[in-house]
Design a protein around this ligand. Structure first.
Ligand code: AMP
Length: 284
């Protein structure tokens, strides 16, 4: 049992937040889909460093899944998640039901525009409209001063910053660096689906990124880097969705490295889709 406050409807969250704001408290929100791991913990700790109160939302949002099997199989560990939030000193968890988020007749979608045309948006149709809509609803209910997102989902972070700016939402979006396993694999709730063989192969993503980082400070051009990373992952047994070197703000591919370029990777290992990214900095 936990004494942690559980908010389960948008109006509960709104009322709680109104009262805390009236008391002069600052509120940080960490939106998650649960199955919490150390990546999420880092976001929570960042929020706690920046605000008096931290809310963690846990909602497996059906509208951002482009495949129903992915939604059905998404790991759900709510009791453990709540216990972890309690042990970390989180002030409230917000765990709305699908019906509370999307009542009968719900028919409004936020279309985040051109930042979503490529990469995840291209490979997962409708994904970012689902993300933008649910995040806007979470922000509206919890009314946080800041919201913390992981750089692991680099395009998602860019899209949310864009939506917040375009809609003039009164919240500061904070990005938190990617937390990795000891062997470099970016932590993800989906990693539990990796069979041992695929789990071993998946470390090739970080190895390929590290090799790209070495080349970016020596002779590598974006096209060479894309080819090298793609080949490294394929040789390890992965199936690449995309590898790209992009401008960090526009997410458009670049012909030359500069101090604003990012490497984006998405690849499948044994039926599990993983994404990762890293800043590439040209030193010459
Ligand atoms: P999710 O529960 O996967 O939707 O992720 C919730 C938040 O945690 C998002 O802002 C993610 O970018 C972030 N996140 C997920 N994995 C990591 C990680 N390994 N390191 C840092 N942040 C992460």
């Amino acid at each position: 049992m936990t004494s942690l406050l559980c908010l389960s409807t948008p109006s509960d969250a709104h009322r709680w937040s109104d009262e805390r704001r009236r008391d002069g408290q600052s509120i940080g929100l960490v939106p998650t889909m649960g199955a919490l791991h150390r990546g999420h913990t880092a976001l929570i700790e960042r929020s706690q460093a920046l605000c008096n109160l931290t809310v963690v939302s846990i909602f497996v949002n059906p509208t951002q899944f482009d495949r129903s099997d992915d939604f059905d199989l998404y790991p759900r560990t709510l009791d453990d998640d709540i216990a972890l939030c309690d042990s970390l000193g989180v002030n409230a968890v917000y765990t709305p039901t699908v019906d509370a988020m999307y009542p009968d007749g719900f028919d409004t979608t936020i279309d985040p525009g051109s930042l979503t045309y490529r990469w995840e948006g291209e490979h997962r149709p409708g994904h970012f409209a689902g993300v933008a809509t649910v995040v806007t609803k979470l922000l509206t209910a919890v009314q946080p001063h800041i919201a913390v997102f992981g750089e692991k989902d680099f395009q998602q972070l860019a899209v949310i910053q864009h939506v917040v700016r375009d809609l003039g939402l009164p919240v500061t979006v904070v990005g938190e660096p990617t937390v990795r396993e000891g062997d470099g694999l970016a932590m993800s709730s989906r990693n539990v689906h990796l069979a041992p063989g695929a789990r071993a192969q998946a470390t090739s993503i970080k190895h390929a990124i590290d090799r790209a980082l070495d080349r970016s400070t020596s002779t590598g051009s974006p096209s060479d880097i894309v080819e090298q990373v793609t080949t490294d992952i394929q040789q390890a047994g992965g199936t690449v969705d995309y590898v790209a070197v992009v401008d960090r703000l526009s997410l458009e591919p670049v012909a030359d490295l500069n101090n604003n370029t990012q490497l984006l990777v998405a690849a499948w290992f044994g039926g599990v889709r993983l994404i990762d990214n890293a800043a590439l900095v040209a030193t010459e």
